[in-house]
Design a protein around this ligand. Structure first.
Ligand SMILES: Cc1cc2nc3c(=O)[nH]c(=O)nc-3n(C[C@H](O)[C@H](O)[C@H](O)COP(=O)(O)OP(=O)(O)OC[C@H]3O[C@@H](n4cnc5c(N)ncnc54)[C@H](O)[C@@H]3O)c2cc1C
Length: 427
C-alpha cells in the first residue's frame, strides 16, 4: 500500500522547477503552487503581468493534489444556513459563485483540450439520518425556487438507482457537479501558467515578508533568493505559516483522509455508483466517495479531528476502511492500494475569505470546497491585483480571528472534534 496521494502517483509533473532562478523583481508574487496560486499565476500572466510562483514543496503538493477530485456545487455551510445568515439575495449570489467556478474549470479544460478526466457526472448529497433527509427536501425546494438549480431528489425506495448501499435515507442529486483527476489538472495548470509567461519556483519557501511603504509592494525572502513584488497573493490554504500571522490566525488546518482501493471489476463499480456521481454525506464527520478514472473506489472522510502526518494518516485510514466496509459491504475483499491525508483550511464561519490586508492579497478558507473555488479565486485574484476589487464577491465578509488561536491547531481540533461528534449523534 502506498501512503501518498493516488492523484500525484498517477500524474506526470509538467517539469522540474526546483532550480529555476528566482527573479529579482516581478509584478505579482504568488505564494503557494496549489490551484489558487497556479490559477492566479495563469490568469495574471495572461493579462500581461510578470508573475513568480513560490512554493515550499513542489507543484500541487498541498490539498490540491490530495483531495477527492470533486468539483461540487454549493457552499460548505449549506444553502438554507446561508439564507439564515446572509439573507436570500446574498446567499443566492454566494451559491451561484460555485456554479461559475465549475464552469471556469470546464472552460479551461475545453479551451486547452486538457486530458484531466474531467466529467460533469453530477454530485450527490446523501442523508445519513431521517432528519437530514427532511432537511434535504427543504433545501432542494429552496434551490429550485430561488436559484433555478436543477437538483433531483431520490428517496430511500429508489436509492439503488444511484448507490449500491442501504445506509442512506435519501439523496439530492445535482447534475451540475463534476469530477476530475486533480493530479493531472494541477500539473496542467502549472504548464499553462508557464506558457502564459509565469515562472514557478519549487523548494522556495517564503520565510519573511516586508511591506515597502503603504501600498502593495513587498520584499520577500525565500530559501532560494529574495525578490521585490508589486503585489503578493497568498494561496497557502491549510498550510499557511508563520510569515503570515494575520492570515494564519484565521485558518484552522483540519486533516481530511482518503483510502483508494485496487481497480474493481466493472460489474461492482456499476453497482456501487452506477451514474459515477461525486458523493458525500450529511454528517459532520463526513464521508465522501467517487469512482476514479481507472475504476477504483476512492473513499474519504474527516475520520477524526486530527492533523495529517504519516501516523495520523494511517490511523485515520484504518477508520475509513471500516467506514467504507459499512457503507459498501461489497468492498470487504478489495485491497487498499493508497492511503493519505491532507489539510483542509477551515475558518470560523466556514466561508471563503479573500481580499487584502495591509497591502497583502490572500484567498483562503475554502473549508473543504476548494477544487472549484480555489481555481476560480485564482482568476478573481488576478483581477483584484489589477485594481478590480469588486470582482471578489467575498470581500465584504467579516473575517474574524479564531479566539485564543495563535497557530497551534491541536487544542481547537480536540474541542471541535468533540463538538461535531456530539452534533452528529444528536441531529
Ligand atoms: C483530503 C482532502 C480532500 C478534499 N476533497 C475535496 C473535494 O473533493 N472537493 C473540493 O472542492 N475540495 C476538497 N478539498 C479541499 C481542496 O483540496 C482545497 O480547498 C484546495 O485544493 C486549496 O487549494 P490552494 O491552492 O488554496 O491550497 P493548497 O493546494 O493546499 O496549496 C497551498 C500551497 O502553499 C504552499 N505554501 C505554504 N506556505 C508557503 C510558504 N511560506 N512559501 C511557499 N509556499 C508555501 C504549500 O506547500 C502548498 O503547496 C479536500 C482537501 C483535502 C485535504
Amino acid at each position: 500500500m502506498k501512503m501518498h496521494s493516488y492523484w500525484l502517483d498517477t500524474a506526470t509533473p509538467s517539469g522540474d522547477y526546483t532550480h529555476t532562478p528566482v527573479p529579482k523583481e516581478v509584478d505579482v508574487a504568488v505564494v503557494g503552487a496549489g490551484f489558487t496560486g497556479l490559477s492566479t499565476a495563469y490568469h495574471a500572466a495572461r493579462a500581461g503581468k510578470s508573475v513568480a510562483v513560490l512554493e515550499t514543496n513542489t507543484v500541487n503538493w498541498g490539498a490540491s493534489g490530495r483531495n477527492g477530485g470533486m468539483a461540487t456545487t454549493g457552499l460548505a455551510i449549506g444553502f438554507r444556513n446561508a439564507i439564515k445568515r446572509y439573507g436570500e439575495r446574498r446567499a443566492i449570489g454566494y451559491f451561484r459563485e460555485y456554479n461559475e467556478a465549475i464552469d471556469l474549470i470546464e472552460n479551461i479544460v475545453q479551451e486547452h483540450s486538457l486530458e484531466v478526466d474531467y466529467q460533469r457526472s453530477g454530485k450527490m448529497n446523501l442523508a445519513w439520518k431521517a432528519s437530514h433527509w427532511e432537511g434535504m427536501q427543504k433545501t432542494a425546494e429552496a434551490l429550485k425556487r430561488l436559484v433555478g438549480q436543477p437538483v433531483e431528489l431520490v428517496d430511500r425506495a429508489g436509492i439503488h438507482r444511484e448507490i449500491g448501499s442501504d445506509v442512506y435515507h435519501g439523496a439530492m442529486v445535482d447534475p451540475l457537479g463534476a469530477g476530475m483527476h486533480v493530479g493531472k489538472f494541477g500539473h496542467e495548470l502549472g504548464r499553462l501558467a508557464i506558457e502564459a509567461g509565469a515562472t514557478i519556483h519549487e523548494k522556495a519557501e517564503v520565510v519573511d515578508v516586508e511591506r515597502i511603504g503603504s501600498g502593495t509592494v513587498h520584499d520577500l525572502k525565500t530559501t532560494r533568493g529574495d525578490l521585490r513584488a508589486g503585489a503578493v497573493v497568498l494561496g497557502t490554504s491549510g498550510y499557511t505559516g508563520k510569515p503570515f500571522g494575520w492570515q494564519r490566525r484565521r485558518v484552522i488546518p483540519v486533516g481530511s483522509f482518503i483510502v483508494v482501493t485496487e481497480p474493481l471489476p466493472q460489474q461492482l463499480v456499476d453497482e456501487l455508483l452506477p451514474n459515477r456521481r461525486m458523493a458525500s454525506d450529511s454528517k459532520n464527520f463526513i464521508y465522501y466517495f467517487r469512482i476514479t478514472p481507472d475504476n477504483r473506489l476512492l473513499f474519504g472522510g474527516r475520520a477524526r479531528f486530527a492533523l495529517s502526518d504519516p501516523s495520523q494518516d494511517r490511523e485515520s485510514g484504518e477508520i475509513l476502511k471500516k467506514a467504507m466496509h459499512h457503507v459498501f459491504p461489497q468492498t470487504r475483499d478489495a485491497r487498499i492500494d493508497y492511503m493519505w491525508g491532507g489539510l483542509v483550511d477551515i475558518s470560523m464561519d466556514q466561508m471563503v475569505h479573500a481580499g487584502e490586508h495591509q497591502g497583502l492579497f490572500y484567498s483562503l478558507n475554502y473549508s473543504g470546497h476548494g477544487v472549484q473555488m480555489a481555481t476560480y479565486m485564482g482568476k478573481v485574484m488576478a483581477e483584484v491585483v489589477s485594481g478590480r476589487p469588486e470582482a471578489n464577491i467575498w470581500r465584504d465578509l467579516k473575517n474574524p480571528w479564531i479566539p485564543g488561536y495563535f497557530g497551534n491547531p491541536w487544542l481547537h481540533l480536540r474541542a471541535g472534534g468533540a463538538w461535531y461528534g456530539l452534533q452528529d449523534k444528536l441531529s
